[in-house]
Write a protein that binds this ligand. Structure first.
Ligand code: SAH
Length: 340
């Protein structure tokens, strides 16, 4: 039986239709789940008893288990236990513009990026739709806050779990559901080109971020194995297509790794690669982890890199550092927990 939090509004409408019920009942159920936030079918008091029983026979309704929570000034990091005992993380960041949640999309990850903690554990499975939706609902409930922005930058590669991620976005974006604006939702991918193409044609207006991290194939092959399958030329090509078709700006994420990708040479190469593309570059101070030997670039190096991009008319920002005290980089809290 599926958890009710995995069902999109359309699917629920179809379900009621096929049971000769009025389809507006779906909106009523959504209202109970996502506006009033009840946690049992019995509490949906404007539904008839028979209908409640029918829902109970068709769907489960349950939450995840919060097993760890670490609080820093402006970050709260959560560890959840799933029904099958797997563990996932989500990180809440308090910005001046609102609360942003970094959501996981898989248990583990198969992309194998050299600098990333998540990839140390191979993918165990994709997250179900409800397991993504509940990260938002339960953290909102636990902290008694509203989350205004969602980024799919936790553990996992969203485009390696495409269908579930799209249904998840449907639910959180729906005005009958969690009602987060498309512009407040960001998918981040390491560059799975066929899925980027599918995403372009899907027409969703959510933001797209690309984990770039290197300005040439030689270096990118070394730190991101996905580049051996989909190289930079093809990646840039599909991004141009995305921009033309959607008229939207793309974000390129670029982790600053000491003596790996942070020299003047790479800054110039990157400027050349992105010249004329409607994008901005987000320079990310690397969050060091005890298992991986990469080091973070000094702030001085990051600022020099930034200046070179600026001089070459590339829109660029430096990401504010969050939560190194609470192991905020993807996969770090889970690793720590396994060790303890
Ligand atoms: N798989 C997706 C989304 C998850 S990773 C992707 O590759 O985009 C989200 C972002 O965090 C990526 O840009 C990733 O490269 C970056 N990241 C991974 N480990 C990091 C670390 N230790 N410090 C800073 N950023 C990291």
């Amino acid at each position: 039986m599926k958890n009710i939090y995995a069902i999109t509004l359309n699917q629920l409408e179809e379900y009621f239709n096929s049971n000769s019920e009025k389809k507006f009942k779906a909106s009523q159920v959504f209202d109970w789940l996502y506006k009033k936030r009840v946690t049992t079918f019995e509490e949906m008091t404007n539904l008839k008893k028979e209908l409640i029983n029918e829902l109970k026979e068709t769907f489960n309704i349950y939450k995840l288990e919060i097993i760890d929570k670490r609080i820093d000034e402006d970050v709260v990091k959560y560890l959840f236990r799933l029904k099958d005992n797997n563990k996932i993380e989500a990180v809440l960041m308090k910005h001046n513009y609102g609360n942003s949640l970094c959501v996981s999309t898989q248990v583990g990850c198969n992309m194998g990026c050299a600098f990333c903690e998540s990839g140390r554990l191979k993918k165990v499975r994709n997250l179900e739709v409800d397991e993504m939706v509940l990260q938002i609902l339960q953290i909102e409930g636990d902290l008694n806050i509203r989350i205004s922005h969602v980024v799919l930058m936790g553990i996992g590669e969203p485009f390696d779990n495409y269908d579930n991620v799209i249904s998840f976005i449907d639910i959180i974006n729906s005005n009958k559901g969690i009602d987060l604006g498309s512009r407040h939702i960001t998918i981040s991918t390491c560059g799975i080109i066929p899925k980027i193409k599918e995403f372009i044609n899907n027409g969703k207006q959510v933001n797209l971020a690309i984990s770039l991290h290197a300005p040439n194939d030689e270096l990118r092959n070394k730190i991101m194995p996905i580049n051996k399958i989909y190289n930079l030329k093809e990646l840039i090509q599909v991004i141009k297509e995305y921009i033309t078709k959607t008229n939207r700006r793309v974000t390129f994420e670029y982790i600053m790794l000491k003596n790996i990708n942070d020299s003047e040479k790479e800054a110039l190469e990157l400027s050349k690669l992105l010249k004329g593309i409607n994008c901005y570059v987000n320079l990310i101070p690397y969050n060091e982890t005890s298992h991986i030997e990469f080091k973070k670039s000094s702030m001085d190096t990051i600022l020099k890199f930034y200046d070179i991009l600026k001089k070459n008319n590339i829109n660029v920002t430096i990401r504010r550092e969050f939560g190194s005290n609470v192991k905020a980089a993807c996969g770090q809290l889970r690793s720590l927990y396994e060790e303890e």
